[in-house]
Design a protein around this ligand. Sequence first.
Ligand code: ZN
Length: 175
Amino acid sequence: MLNDPIPPHVDPRKLADRGVTLEGSLPLSDLERLCDPLSDNVGTVQAKFVFERDERKAVVIHSHLDVEVKMVCQRCLELVTLPIHSECSYAVVKEGANTQSLPKGYDVLELGEDPLDLQALIEEELLLALPIVPAHHPEECQQPAGTDEPEPSEDEVTRSNPFSVLAQLKRDPNV
Ligand SMILES: [Zn+2]
């Protein structure tokens, strides 16, 4: 099942009636807008979509997406391979329908009579899942030779605090 291609267009209402799970893959290079911020378009998106009707008979889709992408680390400017995982729940509603009564935690997916463009949905969801500032894990990040450590951002200072406190405790023989 895992290597089946993901159909580009589906009718989520029919699939939900049958309780279908679609599982498959598609080449990263098919998603042009997603590849734009990436360093290359080599890779495969693994996608799983569970279609069902909830207790209120609304059509819902649960997505699970996985892909490895290559981006430029903003700390050392070398390539970094980043595993991207995204899960979402969508509630399918008619165009212009009242969405106020929808349960929380669902993204609203307005759909008229046209089939759902599954490929566009995958692309949109993965674009949102990309890191805003791609970077290596600090321990794996190689500073280019001869350059100074960049000023740590406020965020990093906060995160490193518990460790410096710990280091001080360890240095104190009375603790
Ligand atoms: Zn790096």
